[in-house]
Design a protein around this ligand. Structure first.
Ligand SMILES: [Zn+2]
Length: 213
């Protein structure tokens, strides 16, 4: 089973991604995390990306897709969950090409739907684990993902930048949502509910799918 998880920043994608990977034994391909790791390890790619981001730009599709395909080849014999990719229609089309070439298919695209006002509220109070990057809706004392106990606010979690990020996200994602709707793959899940309710809804959507594996 190969899934794509879509949702704006603050919709709870990371939490749901962890639960989905555990439950369905999926390999997670989270391009944001991969990029962070490349930067941390100062690989040639990481240094290239760091320079681009320091200049206030986003890495080009070509770089993102190169990283994506590299990781895909390592885990393609397992079911996959894509988080943070595709972000644009161009990326979605390219991923369809790569999958086709490798004899793979996308089985479902799950969109976590949360309204902007709620997202702004969530992001403004969000705390992030310093060691693993897991995010929490407010202050916590210990990270349930890694056991870390140091937390920070993300530098870009201010009301103004959150608004800009959501605008950019909505603008870029709309064509993507249309694309997957036309392909009959989109499943919209109400992300305003509790973590467990959202997860149960996703599981229910997935139970309707027919898999060869
Ligand atoms: Zn942690």
């Amino acid at each position: 089973m190969n899934l794509i998880l879509l949702g704006p920043p603050g919709a709870g994608k990371g939490t749901q991604a962890r639960k989905l990977c555990e439950t369905y034994d999926l390999a997670l391909i989270a391009t944001g995390e991969i990029l962070k790791e490349e930067i941390r390890q100062e690989t040639s790619l990481g240094l290239e990306v760091k320079e681009i981001m320091n200049a206030g730009r986003f890495p080009a599709d070509e770089i993102i897709l190169r990283i994506f395909e590299e990781h895909l080849l390592k885990v393609k014999n397992q079911g996959l969950l894509l988080d943070g990719i595709p972000r644009t229609l161009a990326q979605a089309e390219k991923i369809a090409e790569i999958f086709k070439r490798l004899g793979m298919t996308v089985d479902a695209v799950i969109q976590l739907d949360v309204n902007d006002a709620e997202l702004i509220k969530r992001l403004a109070s969000r705390m992030v684990c310093k060691s693993c990057g897991a995010s929490y809706p407010g202050k916590v004392s210990i990270c349930s993902a890694c056991g870390g106990h140091e937390f920070e606010k993300r530098a870009d979690d201010t009301p103004e930048t959150i608004k800009t990020r959501l605008e950019v996200y909505n603008e870029r994602t709309r064509p993507l949502v249309d694309y997957y709707t036309q392909k009959g793959l989109l499943r919209v899940v109400d992300g305003m509910k509790s973590v467990q309710d959202v997860f149960d809804h996703i599981k229910q959507e997935l139970s309707f799918l027919k898999f060869s594996q």
